[in-house]
Design a protein around this ligand. Sequence first.
Ligand SMILES: *Cc1c(COP(=O)(O)O)cnc(C)c1O
Length: 386
Amino acid sequence: MKREWDLLHTPGPTPIPPSVERSMNQPMIGHRGGKAKELIHAIAPKLKPVFGTSGEVLVVTGSGTSSLEASVVNTTKPGDKVVVVVAGAFGERFAQICETYELDVIRIEVPWGKAVEGSQVEETLREHPDTKAVFLTHCETSTGVMHPVEKVAETVKNKSSALVIVDGVSSIGGAEVKMDQSGIDILVSGSQKAMMLPAGLAFLAVSERAWSVIDENPRPRFYLDLRKYRQQLEGGQTPFTPALSLLFGLQQVLELLEEEGLDRVFERHQTMKEMTRSACRALNLPLLVSDEDASSTVTSIRPETFEAEQLRKVANEEFGLILAGGQKHMKGEIFRIGHMGYSRPANVLQYIGILEIVLKRLGHEFEPGAGVAAAQTAYLERTREE
Ligand SMILES: *Cc1c(COP(=O)(O)O)cnc(C)c1O
């Protein structure tokens, strides 16, 4: 049978719910008319709880990286000192954006696969009291580490007046971030990870404190000038033509999240993480990240008895199961399973069952069925708790 769709378990892009696909298929509307206003006004309040904020969440047309770049250009000017936690490919990207915009970048290098500690940030701020902003990645997608950004934000708040800027591209919609409560100033995300949409929307939630910095920042900027987006949002508009089809889809995504309940959405991701990790243990697959630091949206495995790339190839060719490889120096070292967005425990049972066959093909040793059984047990344990 011709393969019409992939079993997509990469940490972005992710599968799109059918009702969201249907929503995106609506006939086009005028972006300055009443319908667009209605759409934008319907979306705005529902985005807030997803970001853990009572402030407005701005929507920019662009991939996730545009939200990272927007957070940099709007809050800083050349020569400003900033601290960037670099614990993987996306922390590195934040640092590169900051360097591109001529900031004085102090990097906190964390080994790939480990989480940053509050004390590291505290120490760095003590050495660099003139730091204007601290950049963090919530889920470091390249390793599958979920950094304790709320804790770090609280530490930064206690020790300095630096802004706390968080990349939540691969966590928002799948994991909770209490933005307002923890004092995060800017929380950014993108559409094609846990937000269950195609790539093309970038999100920025901005605190009042950050707005005062943005309003006074003399750096020139045009497309990514967040002041334009804030001003236009009041009237249900965007400064430039919005990606209306994606907004139709977003409206439906927000319906789905609301219907399930955000707490349950986050629980579901935790369940998928625990099922996946239990199965990996039972299959003698070494996990890159400790239980404490592991992300609920993506799991990294560092195999020792076979090539990660070979596993990905067989899984794809034989079953249409698409997994991600490693990035940068971890290329060929690890493979990564995305379990975020439109993904459920049923999908975990499916990919673990497939993985067992692929592992057999690769000559990896384990007790047949052990992975699926472990995932089932993890599922039963978690659902008993409720
Ligand atoms: C995917 C991702 C990005 C970049 O998103 P693009 O849409 O590819 O620009 C940034 N940060 C994190 C943590 C990501 O997972």
